[in-house]
Design a protein around this ligand. Sequence first.
Ligand SMILES: [Fe+2]
Length: 286
Amino acid sequence: MLQTIDLNDPRSRHHYMVAMRVLHELPAFDWYDSHFLAKFEAARRMLEIVNPHRVDAFVGAFASLRTDPGFEVRHVREICDPARFGDLLAQVGAVPKQRLKSYENAEFGRSILHDLPVLDALQRELTPLVSQLAGETVVPCYNFLSLYHGGGRCPPHMDAPSAKWTLDLCLAQSCEWPILFSKVVPWPISGKPPVLPQGAGVSMPDLAFRDHVLHPNEALLFSGSSQWHYRDAIPDGGFCHLAFLHYHPAGCADLVAPARWAERFDLPELAVLDAVFDAVRPAARS
Ligand SMILES: [Fe+2]
């Protein structure tokens, strides 16, 4: 919050002025869930100005949140035994409709609900499997139920690294609905997502998009923070019910939360930047 910045203190006032300049010059990060990377790039630029000898260590500390370029999407054919999966469907089906949130309806054609207890339990239970598939020890982050209806689609985007890993579990669907993933790419430091004419993603050689199809009780593990991903409109205009279980590497809780960077790195200027950022570029509701 801006009110926390003591503008009577010359050092804080200087940091405030630099933060304003950095944010004024920061390019757009024009995709869903880009807030983390925008803050990361803003922090890097601010340190270049006020604390340049700390830049390399700051950037290097995030190495564990970047993804091995050799990673390939993993497909799990049966995520639960049939009885457990049936119970999961029954519990999801019992969620009162009025609890579902509709604020992503316009962009994604979906209703969502975060951190449902039955998904919390499944997410914890699957942590060893995800660690094995990801090739590193992970911990659960958030999860959400995503109920796409006839207008369902997913514009190209990358996730914040709090969701370095996503286990995308299909609960039910009216038809096969491909999801496309690029190869692992370096974190973009600005710009727009790839422009993808509908259905043309698989032919983009530079990003090497590949499509994957899920069926109920199957899941895909991908690295959404380093792989562009998207879905075209649901082919039959029907529905697709998914659960997204997100994980990040163990020991990274401070790194995935920009509000903690100032304390984590003992860089008070980053607290000023975070407060100014949230005032100037508030995050979309998530
Ligand atoms: Fe995503």
